[in-house]
Design a protein around this ligand. Structure first.
Ligand SMILES: CCCCCCCCCCCCCC(=O)SCCNC(=O)CCNC(=O)[C@H](O)C(C)(C)COP(=O)(O)OP(=O)(O)OC[C@H]1O[C@@H](n2cnc3c(N)ncnc32)[C@H](O)[C@@H]1OP(=O)(O)O
Length: 460
C-alpha cells in the first residue's frame, strides 16, 4: 500500500511506517486503489499458516491499520481490553485524566505473565557488551521496516544505550524473551521513566519503545504478553501511565503526526529509491536544488557542552510550556543525558550571545536504516530533528542551520515530524511530505485530541 505525495515540486518520499522511512512513489494518475483490507490480508496469512506455509518468509504485509478510517472498522482483540479511549470516542476539552484508578501497590500482580512454552523472560543487561549486541542484532534484523521491505531501522548499540539507560532506568524495564532451547533473544520491549505534561497535568509516566518480536515468532500474540508484562513491571513501581508512538493505528491516538524528509544527498536517496527524481527535473538540477552552504548562519552556533546544561535546562523547560504534550525534565542530569552530544547518536548545538547567555538550541539524533538488497548502498544515514528552541533567530533559520550541520556530518537525509513549529518552515526548507503517519499514544489517559503543532514530545 503506497501513498504518494508531491510537495512543492520536491520529490515525494516516505513510506507508511513508524518513525518515517520513506521513498518516493509518484502514483499520480494511478487510479483507484485495489489493495485488500488489513482483515483480508490477515485472514489470507492465517490460511497460509494453517496450510503449513512458513509465513515468516512472506514480505512485510501490513495487516494492521495504517489510518484512522481503516482502524474504525477493526475490532481489537487485545486493545479493547486495555485502558485506552475507544476508537470513535471524542474526548471533550474539559476531560484530562486517568481512565483507570491506580491499583494499590500490594494488589499489583506479583507473578510475570505466562509466555508460550519454550520461552522465558530475561532482562537484557545493556552494560554487558554481549547482551547489548544481542539486542542490537534482534532489532537490526527484525525491527521496523517500510511497507515494501526496502528499509529497516538500524539503531546502533550506543544509541540503544542512550535511549534506554536514561537516569532512573531499571534493569527489569529492559524486558527480553529468550528461547529455552538455545537461549536466543527473540523479543524485547523497553520502558524508560519520563515525567510528561498533558495539557495542565504533569504525570509520572514511562515511555515505551523498541517493542520487537522476531520474524519467526510473529502473529502468535506474543506482543500483547510483552505489553502486559511491561505494564505490570511499571505498575509495581507506582506508575500507571505511558506514552508511545507507532506507525499503526490502535485505540486511540492523541495525535496523528507526519514525517517530512529533507534530502541532503539526493543522488544516493534516488539511487536506493528512498526518493525519486520528480518530473521535469534532472539529477544535476536536483543536486543543485538541495545544495547547502558550508557555514551556519546563526552567530556563535556551536556544539553544546556540559557547562551549558543549567542554561539549556531553563531555556528548553520554558519553551516546552507552549505545547500541550511535552516532557518535563526533572533536573540537569536528565537534560544532560538527553542532549550532551554523543558522536553517531545525538548532536546538539547552542547559540550564545556576547553576554554569555544561551539563546538558542537545536538538536538531532542519528538513526540509520539498512537498505535491503541494494548492491552499492548498505545504509541510509538519517538525522532526526530532536529538541530545539529558537530564541534569538527564526525557526526557519535555526532549522536551516541544523540541515547545514547534518550535511557536514554526512547524513543523507534530515527527517522531522510536523510537530512543534516545524510545519510552517517545511516548504521553505525544501522538505518533502512523507507518506506514513506516526501516531502518538497515551496509555491509561483520556484527553482531547491534539493537533501536531501542540506536540512538544519527541521520542526516539
Ligand atoms: C503503565 C505502563 C504501561 C506500559 C505499556 C503501554 C503500552 C505500550 C504499547 C506498545 C508500544 C510500542 C511502541 C513501539 O515500539 S512501536 C514499534 C513496534 N515494532 C515494530 O513495528 C517492529 C516490527 N514488528 C514487530 O516486531 C511485531 O510485528 C510487533 C512486536 C510490533 C507485533 O507483534 P506481532 O506482529 O507478532 O503481533 P502479535 O500477534 O504478537 O500481537 C498482535 C497485537 O499486538 C498489537 N500491536 C502490534 N503492533 C503494535 C504496536 N506497535 N504497538 C502496540 N500494539 C501493537 C496488534 O494491534 C494486536 O492487538 P489487537 O489489534 O488484537 O488488539
Amino acid at each position: 500500500m503506497v501513498h504518494g505525495h508531491s510537495h512543492d515540486g520536491a520529490p515525494c518520499q516516505g513510506h507508511g511506517h513508524d518513525h518515517g522511512h520513506g521513498h518516493g512513489h509518484d502514483h499520480e494518475g494511478a487510479g483507484g486503489s485495489s489493495h485488500r483490507s488489513p482483515q483480508d490480508v490477515a485472514m489470507l496469512v492465517e490460511q497460509l499458516r494453517l496450510a503449513g506455509v512458513d509465513v515468516s518468509t512472506l514480505p512485510n504485509i501490513p495487516t494492521a491499520p495504517r489510518d484512522m478510517d481503516e482502524a474504525r472498522n477493526k475490532s481489537y482483540q487485545f486493545w479493547s481490553t486495555q485502558p485506552v479511549p475507544q476508537m470513535d470516542e471524542l474526548v471533550p476539552a474539559d476531560v484530562n485524566c486517568a481512565i483507570e484508578e491506580n491499583i494499590p501497590l500490594d494488589k499489583v500482580r506479583a507473578e510475570p505473565f505466562s509466555l508460550p512454552t519454550g520461552f522465558r523472560w530475561s532482562n537484557v543487561d545493556l552494560n554487558d557488551e554481549a547482551q547489548l549486541n544481542e539486542l542490537y542484532n534482534l532489532l537490526t534484523k527484525n525491527y521496523v521496516e517500510d511497507d515494501d521491505s526496502m528499509f529497516r531501522f538500524d539503531y546502533s548499540a550506543p544509541f540503544l544505550k542512550w535511549a534506554l539507560q536514561v537516569p532512573g532506568h531499571r534493569p527489569e524495564w529492559h524486558c527480553g524473551v529468550r528461547a529455552d532451547s538455545n537461549n536466543r533473544l527473540l523479543a524485547f520491549i523497553g520502558a524508560v521513566p519520563q515525567v510528561v505534561r498533558v495539557y495542565d497535568k504533569t504525570v509520572k509516566m514511562v515511555e515505551i519503545n523498541f517493542l520487537c518480536v522476531h520474524k519467526n515468532l510473529r502473529s502468535r500474540r506474543v506482543a500483547p504478553v510483552l505489553i502486559r508484562e511491561i505494564t505490570r513491571r511499571v505498575n509495581i513501581t507506582g506508575i500507571f501511565q505511558a506514552a508511545f508512538t507507532a506507525g499503526i493505528v490502535i485505540p486511540k491516538p492523541v495525535s496523528v503526526c507526519r514525517y517530512y524528509h529533507r534530502s541532503l544527498n539526493p543522488r544516493k536517496l534516488i539511487d536506493v529509491r528512498f526518493s525519486h527524481l520528480s518530473q521535469k527535473m534532472t539529477m544535476a538540477r536536483t543536486i543543485k536544488l538541495y545544495k547547502l552552504p558550508e557555514e551556519t548562519v546563526t552567530r556563535n552556533l556551536r556544539e553544546m557542552t556540559q557547562s551549558d546544561v543549567p542554561q539549556v535546562f531553563k531555556l528548553l523547560t520554558n519553551s516546552l510550556k507552549q505545547y500541550s504534550l511535552a516532557p518535563v525534565f526533572s533536573d540537569d542530569q536528565e537534560l544532560a543525558h538527553a542532549l550532551i552530544p554523543r558522536k553517531g547518536v545525538v548532536y546538539s548545538y547552542v547559540a550564545e550571545n556576547h553576554n554569555g547567555k544561551i539563546t538558542d538550541l537545536v538538536s538531532f539524533y542519528s538513526l540509520p536504516s539498512t537498505v535491503m538488497g541494494h548492491t552499492n548502498h548498505k545504509a541510509i544515514y538519517a538525522a532526526y530533528l530532536f529538541y530545539y528552541v529558537a530564541g534569538s533567530v527564526s525557526v526557519k533559520q535555526l532549522l536551516n542551520d541544523a540541515l547545514i550541520l547534518a550535511n557536514k556530518e554526512k547524513f543523507d537525509v534530515f527527517n522531522a515530524l510536523d510537530l512543534m513549529h516545524n510545519e510552517k518552515v517545511f516548504s521553505d526548507l525544501k522538505f518533502g511530505k512523507g507518506d506514513g503517519n506516526l501516531q502518538y499514544y497515551l496509555y491509561n489517559w483520556k484527553c482531547a485530541d491534539m493537533k501536531p503543532s501542540q506536540i512538544g514530545l519527541v521520542l526516539q
